[in-house]
Design a protein around this ligand. Structure first.
Ligand SMILES: Cc1cc2nc3c(=O)[nH]c(=O)nc-3n(C[C@H](O)[C@H](O)[C@H](O)COP(=O)(O)O)c2cc1C
Length: 652
C-alpha cells in the first residue's frame, strides 16, 4: 500500500482516526504499508501531515507500529519534501527549491537554496530516517516522484543552478544521491531503504524514463534496496489518477526500471485489480504491486483475493471525490464506495441487527443497492424492487461511456454483492400502495432516484429537443449540429460522447499504428476529429463547476481535444427549429443546430411517498429521491440508513 496523505493528523501526531484506518488495512492482509508522506522539516510540507521533524513524534509513531505489527504486516515511513511544490500558506514561509523557478503547481516563486539549505535539507532527511527506525518501522522510503524536491534537482526545467548540483545529468542527480547516502548512513546496513521515483515526468523538457533509469542505476550504488515507481509530476497534462487512465497504464515505466537495476521494483497507479497485478508479477514485468486507493475502497482486498472471494471486492472507481478532492479541500479523506473510511475507529466493519426486520427497498440504483446489501449482511430480510429491467440506475447510464466504464465495474460489483447477500430482487416491478400493503414491510427504504429537469423556455417540447440521459444511453438518433444546454458534469459527459462520434476506436488506432498505415499526425487527427459539431451553453462563468479539482481539468481537456465549443455566461431563452436563441451580456443571438440536448439537472422522483400513509411502515428516503446529488451521497446514505437502524434500533 503506497503512501497516502490522509489528512487525519491535524497536529502531526498519530490519531485514533489514523490508527483505525491502518489497523483495518493491516488486518485485511496487506504485506507492506507505506505510511506518509511525513514532513521532515519546516520547509518540507504542511504540519497536518505526519510529522518526523522532531523526536517528540517518535512515541506516538511507535504506538502505531507496535499496533500494526500484531497483524504480521511490514511498515515503512515515507520521507516527504515538496520543495517548490510546498504552498507558502501551508508551511508558513516561502518554499525553497534548487532554483527560483515559478512553480506551475503552486503558482508561487520559491527561494533558491543556498549551500547551507542543501546541507540542512539532507540532514533533515537523515534525522527523519533515524526517527523512522527508532519508531519501530521496518523500512524507510524516500519520496522522489510527482515533481517534489529531488525531481526538481534532477530536472533541467527547475534546476538552473550554477554549481555542482546543476548542468549535466550527473550533477543534477547529485542531490538525490546524497540524500540516499545520508539516509543509508542514518539507518545502517541492516535496514531497508526504498525510493519512490516518477517513471517519467511527463512534462516537456523534463526527465523521461531514460534519465530515470540512469538515476535508478546510480541509486542502486548508493544504498537503495527497492524502487517504487509512479507516473508523472503533479503539473503534468497527462492524467495519472482519473478513471479514464487505463488499468496499469504506467506499469511499462516500472518494467523498464526493472531492466535497468537488479533490485526489486514496485509498480503502482491504477492497477487496482488483483488479477492484473498477478499477471504483471508472474510475467516478470515487475516484482511487487502497490494498491493505494483500491485499499481505501476495500481494506480486505488481499484476504479476499487469497481466499478466492474476488466477487466480494469493492472496486475503487478512480473518481477521487472522497480521497484526492478532500485533500485539495484540506478535509480528512473519505471514499465514495466505502462509507466507513475515516470512521473505522467508530463504525464497526460488520453491522449486526439486534432485531432483524422485514425491509422493502424501492429502487435499484446505487443508494438502493447499497442499502439492500448492507441490510441483508446485517441480518435483515430484504426485498428490492426495481421498475426497469436492470439494476444500477444512473450507474448504468454513466458506465456505458468509454471514459466512465468504472461506473459499470461498480454496478456489476454491487449487483454481485447484493445477490450473494441473499437479497430477493424483483425487476420490472413498479411498487404501488397495494403491493406495499400486501407485502407489509416493517421498513421501507425509498431509493427511487431522480428524473431529468426540463427548463421552462419556449420550444422545449419541440421534436428537436432530447434529454441528456437518453443521448447517453443511446436511446435516440443524433443530428449533425448539437447544442447541449447545461455545462455541468452531465452536460460535459454527453458533449464529449457526441463529439467523439466518428473518431477511431482504440483497437483500430492500435492496428493502424502498428501496421504504419497512417502517419502519427493523421492518426491523431482521425482520433480526435469526429463528425458532429457540438456546443455547450452554460449560464455560469465556467463549466464543470460540480466536478472536483482532481478531475475537472481532465474533463475540460477532453472537450478541447474533441473540439467542443463552449459558450459561458449564456442563457438559453428559446429553442426554435433552427437552433437555440441565447442571451449573453444583454444581447441575443442564435446558435444554429438541428438538435438540442438538455442537461440542466435532476429532480427527485418520490411521488410514491405521498401515496403511502405514515403508519404503513417506517419510511426513509435516500439518494436522489431525497435530493439529487452524486453517487457518493447515494452510497453513503444507503449504508448509513442501515447502520443507524442497527445501531440505534430505529431510523433517525
Ligand atoms: C489521497 C491521496 C494522497 C496521496 N498522498 C501521497 C503521498 O503522500 N505520497 C506519495 O508518494 N503518494 C501519494 N499519493 C499517490 C498514491 O500513493 C498512489 O501513487 C496513487 O493513488 C495511484 O495509485 P492507485 O491508483 O493505486 O491509487 C496519494 C494519493 C491519494 C489518492
Amino acid at each position: 500500500m503506497p503512501a497516502m496523505h490522509l489528512n487525519y493528523t491535524p497536529d502531526g501526531q498519530v490519531t485514533e482516526r489514523l490508527m483505525g484506518f491502518y489497523v483495518e488495512r493491516a488486518r485485511g492482509g496487506v504485506a507492506l504499508i507505506i505510511i506518509g508522506g511525513c514532513i521532515i522539516d519546516e520547509y518540507s510540507g504542511a504540519r497536518n501531515m505526519i510529522n518526523l521533524d522532531h523526536d517528540k513524534f517518535i512515541p506516538s509513531l511507535k504506538k502505531l507500529t507496535d499496533t500494526l505489527h500484531a497483524y504480521d504486516v511490514h511498515i515503512a515511513g515515507q520521507l516527504y519534501h515538496a520543495g517548490a511544490y510546498a504552498h507558502s500558506f501551508l508551511i508558513g514561509r516561502q518554499a525553497i527549491a534548487p532554483s527560483a523557478v515559478p512553480s506551475k503547481f503552486t503558482k508561487e516563486i520559491p527561494r533558491e537554496m543556498t549551500r547551507d539549505d542543501i546541507r540542512y535539507t539532507i540532514e533533515s532527511y537523515a534525522k527523519a530516517a533515524r526517527r523512522v527506525k527508532e519508531a519501530g518501522f521496518d523500512a524507510v522510503e524516500i519520496l522522489s516522484c510527482s515533481g517534489y524536491i529531488i525531481n526538481q534537482f534532477l530536472s533541467p526545467i527547475t534546476n538552473h543552478r550554477r554549481d555542482e548540483y546543476s548542468g549535466n545529468l550527473e550533477n543534477r542527480m547529485r542531490f538525490g544521491l546524497e540524500v540516499a547516502e545520508a539516509v543509508r548512513d542514518a539507518v545502517g546496513n541492516d535496514f531497508t531503504v526504498l525510493i519512490r521515483l516518477s517513471g517519467h515526468d511527463f512534462v516537456p523538457g523534463s526527465s523521461t524514463n531514460k534519465e530515470i533509469c540512469a538515476f535508478a542505476a546510480e541509486l542502486e550504488n548508493h544504498g537503495i534496496d527497492a524502487f517504487n515507481i509512479t507516473g508523472g509530476w503533479h503539473e503534468t497534462k497527462v492524467p495519472q489518477l482519473t478513471m479514464e487512465v487505463p488499468r496499469a497504464a504506467f506499469s511499462y515505466l516500472a518494467q523498464r526500471i526493472k531492466q535497468a537495476t537488479s533490485k526489486p521494483v514496485i509498480a503502482s497507479n491504477r492497477i487496482h485489480n488483483p488479477v492484473i497485478a498477478d499477471r504483471l508479477i508472474r510475467q516478470g514485468s515487475i516484482d511487487l504491486v502497490g494498491f493505494a486507493r483500491e485499499l481505501i475502497a476495500d481494506p480486505e482486498l488481499p484476504n479476499k483475493t487469497k481466499e478466492g472471494r474476488l466477487d466480494e471486492i469493492v472496486p475503487c472507481i478512480g473518481c477521487n471525490q472522497g480521497c484526492l478532492d478532500h485533500v485539495f479541500e484540506l478535509k480528512p479523506i473519505e471514499c465514495t464506495v466505502n462509507p466507513r473510511v475515516s470512521h473505522e475507529f467508530e463504525v464497526p466493519p460488520s453491522i449486526k441487527a439486534s432485531q432483524p426486520k422485514k425491509i422493502m427497498v424501492i429502487g435499484g440504483g446505487p443508494a438502493g443497492l447499497v442499502a439492500a446489501v448492507t441490510a441483508a449482511c446485517a441480518g435483515h430480510k430484504v426485498t428490492l424492487y426495481e421498475k426497469t429491467q436492470e439494476l444500477g440506475g444512473q450507474l448504468k447510464i454513466a458506465g456505458g461511456l468509454e471514459d466512465r466504464r468504472e461506473f459499470e465495474t461498480l454496478r456489476t460489483s454491487l449487483i454481485m454483492r447484493t445477490q450473494k447477500a441473499g437479497v430477493k430482487i424483483h425487476l420490472s416491478t413498479t411498487v404501488t400502495r397495494q403491493l406495499v400493503e400486501k407485502e407489509r414491510p416493517e421498513i421501507i427504504i425509498m431509493a427511487t432516484g431522480g428524473k431529468p429537469l426540463k427548463p421552462a423556455i419556449p420550444g422545449v417540447d419541440g421534436r428537436n429537443v432530447v434529454q441528456a440521459w437518453d443521448a447517453l444511453a443511446d436511446r435516440i438518433d443524433l443530428g449533425k449540429e448539437i447544442v447541449v444546454i447545461g455545462g455541468g458534469a452531465v452536460g460535459i459527459e454527453v458533449a464529449t460522447k457526441i463529439a467523439k462520434i466518428g473518431t477511431l476506436s482504440a483497437e483500430t488506432l492500435q492496428f493502424l499504428f502498428l501496421t504504419q498505415a497512417e502517419d502519427s499526425i493523421t492518426l491523431h487527427e482521425l482520433s480526435t476529429k469526429g463528425i458532429k459539431k457540438v456546443t455547450i451553453i452554460e449560464m455560469l462563468p465556467k463549466i464543470g463547476m460540480d466536478i472536483g479539482l482532481s478531475t475537472r481539468w481532465v474533463t475540460l481537456q477532453m472537450l478541447t481535444r474533441y473540439g467542443v465549443n463552449i459558450r459561458t455566461e449564456s442563457k438559453a431563452v428559446e429553442i426554435t427549429t433552427d437552433g437555440v436563441i441565447v442571451e449573453h451580456q444583454g444581447k441575443t443571438d442564435l446558435i444554429k443546430c438541428d438538435q438540442v440536448v438538455l442537461a440542466i439537472g435532476t429532480q427527485a422522483e418520490n411521488q410514491l411517498m405521498q401515496k403511502l400513509s405514515a403508519d404503513t411502515a417506517q419510511i426513509i428516503v435516500i439518494g436522489d429521491a431525497k435530493s439529487p446529488r452524486k453517487a457518493y451521497e447515494a452510497i453513503h446514505e444507503g449504508f448509513y440508513s442501515i447502520y443507524t437502524l442497527a445501531h440505534f434500533g430505529h431510523l433517525l
